[in-house]
Design a protein around this ligand. Structure first.
Ligand code: ZN
Length: 310
């Protein structure tokens, strides 16, 4: 190659480099506003970034259903309910803290190790429930969410549902937000927000905090299980639930109302922790005595008013 040719070749290479750089710059300057516009739109439509970040001391306790030696139901893909409930519970908690880092999220257990397991156990199921509720008394959270999945012999059953106390306005409202958010995905179908009136549920009735047990779908329905097994669906469902809590807390950042255990007929005093049991027994005994006294007074006054017909 002679000197001239070499020079020409060098020049051509330079022209190529410059043109390529120019091309990249032009492409970037055209695409960048489009990309950032999209990002901006997404932020505006999704209030994740700002709207939920209110100042609050709210504590949300999430209870992954089952765990340890209690697997719960088994899915059509042979995965135990305890695995679903743990995975979903942790993800819901993660999103709550992402949407509003001021909210404290705690768990009854955050792995397959159950801190209260085999404590004294002549009745495993009761000991397990007491382990969970004792922890809830200790932490006194503003909200309790117990995450479960359903099962039924009829494998065509599908959908989600919740259980809350009949006077628990907070949990009731949050469930209505959850339904709205799940319908927007859309995810399965709403089988209803049920009250525990006449249908006692320990994790809902035996705690003072607003408390919701949610069943997120049927592990006996193969279609539902296929969906629940995908990361994308898990992510959407958990976001929908986390947003419902964050929205409610953004509107009501203060502490929630605790229930009067003595007034809830579903509360079995003897299963409560010692201190609470005493309070409930005393309050109920007092109320009973007052009712009897009122009854006696009513009887004696009506006896005075009834004319003696003899
Ligand atoms: Zn369950």
């Amino acid at each position: 190659m002679n000197q001239k040719k070499r020079k020409k070749r060098k020049l051509r290479t330079w022209v190529k480099v410059v043109l390529t750089l120019l091309g990249i710059t032009i492409a970037w300057s055209v695409l960048r506003p489009l990309l950032s516009k999209e990002e901006h739109e997404a932020n505006r439509n999704d209030p994740d970034q700002t709207a939920y970040k209110v100042d609050t001391n709210a504590v949300v306790l999430i209870d992954p259903g089952h765990g340890g030696m209690d697997g719960g139901a088994i899915s059509t893909s042979n995965k135990a309910e305890k695995q679903y409930s743990l995975e979903y519970a942790l993800k819901i908690g993660e999103y709550i803290q992402q949407y509003n880092p001021n909210i404290e999220v705690i768990y009854t257990h955050n792995s397959d190790e159950i801190p209260w397991e085999n404590v004294n156990s002549y009745n495993y199921a009761l000991d397990d429930l007491n382990g969970r509720t004792n922890l809830i008394y200790e932490k006194d959270p503003d909200y309790v969410l117990s995450v479960h999945f359903n099962s039924r012999e009829d494998n065509s059953e599908y959908g989600y549902e919740s259980y809350v106390r009949k006077d628990d306005v907070a949990s009731d409202t949050i469930y209505s937000y959850i339904v709205k958010n799940l319908e927007a995905i859309p995810w399965s179908k709403n089988n209803g927000g049920w009250s525990t009136e006449g249908y006692p549920l320990q994790i809902v009735d035996m705690v003072k905090s607003p408390s919701m047990l949610i069943e997120l779908g049927y592990l006996t329905n193969a279609n539902e299980v296929n969906e629940l097994n995908t990361e994308a669906t898990k992510d959407k469902i958990c976001k929908a639930i986390a947003k419902a809590y964050c929205q409610y807390i953004a509107d009501n950042p203060g502490p929630t109302e605790r229930q009067d255990l003595a007034k809830n007929p579903n509360v079995i005093a003897e299963n409560l922790p010692e201190e609470e049991r005493k309070k409930v027994e005393e309050a109920r005994a007092k109320e009973k005595a007052e009712q009897e006294a009122a009854q006696a007074a009513a009887n004696s006054s009506s006896a005075e008013q009834v004319p003696n017909t003899n």
